[in-house]
Design a protein around this ligand. Structure first.
Ligand code: SF4
Length: 328
């Protein structure tokens, strides 16, 4: 492939297919429980604002059993599994509780590691040391940070509650412990031009990131952003709108500028249509059919092939050199 696909990364690392299994361990988020704020990020789906004590979450073990059963029926060939602590901020609890939940996942006989999704302002030395301790025992342990944007003005506009310096510090502190670090970015946040988005590649290149996920902004029902979109013409004017071909071209431009060693886990996102507040913004094929997420890699690959380029061909060399000497 013309970019570093995540499936290849796991295959090279483990010698087999590895499946991430999503787990909701019942954690909360400081941007909605009052510690930082109650409104949350403006793009965050309504469900995310329900108090965690109202959520009917099965045990970590039960969720893993269910996920493994589903994937074994779907793919038949047995794979290895990592527990993906995905919902909310999965380092936002006292360390004793975090240890309890992570230990439970790692006690599962089919689970070989953890991927922990969180906000960059929710990690301290104690939790990073805890995670590094699991890695020292031989488990695969990665941390995925919600970066969302590298631009502070955008982070303020979406009420993120932290700035990019906080993101960079958390990524560096995690990588310094030898843990693979992932980052998640939303493409097309309000006020960001195409050039602003492409400029993010150099900012990502300067960080010790192992993996990165991109997805297009989707306005979901019940979010603060849905109300902005419906009620505020000035806000709508700030929102970039990409047709499918434009989005594929943008992703290819971004990949060309991205460090060639960075592993790309996702190129676009897809939520079920019932959650979409603005279906008119969804990507459609030329026959009017809604684009499925799994169709995106082939479209990106075809566009890179048409251009005769690949990931990293236009990466910022100066920033790539800075990446090798991270500091806090
Ligand atoms: S997107 Fe994440 S950090 Fe933002 S409000 Fe929702 S759960 Fe919290």
């Amino acid at each position: 492939m013309r970019y570093n696909a995540y499936s290849d990364y796991f295959r090279q690392r483990f010698g087999t297919r590895v499946q991430k299994l999503s787990v909701d361990a019942g954690f909360s988020c400081p941007n909605r429980d009052g510690r930082l704020g109650t409104g949350g990020c403006t793009f965050c789906a309504n469900e995310a604002f329900s108090p965690s004590y109202l959520r009917r979450v099965a045990t970590v073990t039960a969720q893993l059993d269910e996920g493994i059963d589903f994937h074994r029926r779907r793919y038949r060939s047995a794979a290895r599994y990592v527990a993906y602590f995905q919902a909310y901020s999965n380092t936002y609890a006292p360390t004793a509780i975090l240890r309890e939940r992570y230990d439970e996942a790692l006690r599962h006989p089919d689970v070989t590691g953890l991927v922990v999704g969180t906000r960059p302002d929710c990690v301290g030395d104690e939790v990073l040391d805890l995670l590094a301790g699991y890695a020292a025992q031989g488990y695969y342990v990665a941390v995925e940070y919600g970066i969302e944007s590298c631009h502070d003005r955008t982070l303020r506009a979406v009420n993120r509650g932290h700035n990019f310096a906080c993101t960079a510090a958390a990524i560096r502190a995690t990588a310094e412990r030898g843990l693979p670090v992932g980052g998640h970015l939303i493409l097309g946040l309000p006020g960001e031009s195409r050039d602003d988005i492409l400029a993010e590649a150099a900012m990502l290149n300067a960080l010790p990131l192992t993996t990165v996920k991109f997805h297009q902004l989707q306005i979901l029902k019940g979010t603060a952003m849905e109300h902005q979109y419906r009620d505020d013409e000035a806000f709508r004017q700030l929102l970039p709108q990409f047709a499918l071909e434009e989005y594929i071209a943008l992703v290819c431009d971004l990949l060309e500028r991205l460090r060639p060693d960075m592993v790309v886990e996702r190129l676009a996102g897809e939520v079920p249509p019932r959650f979409q507040a603005c279906p008119e913004r969804s990507f459609r094929r030329s026959d009017g059919r809604l684009l499925r997420n799994e169709e995106v890699p082939a479209l990106v690959e075809a566009e890179l092939a048409r251009r005769g380029t690949r990931q990293g061909i236009r990466a910022d060399i100066q920033n790539m050199n800075q990446q090798s000497t991270p500091s806090l």
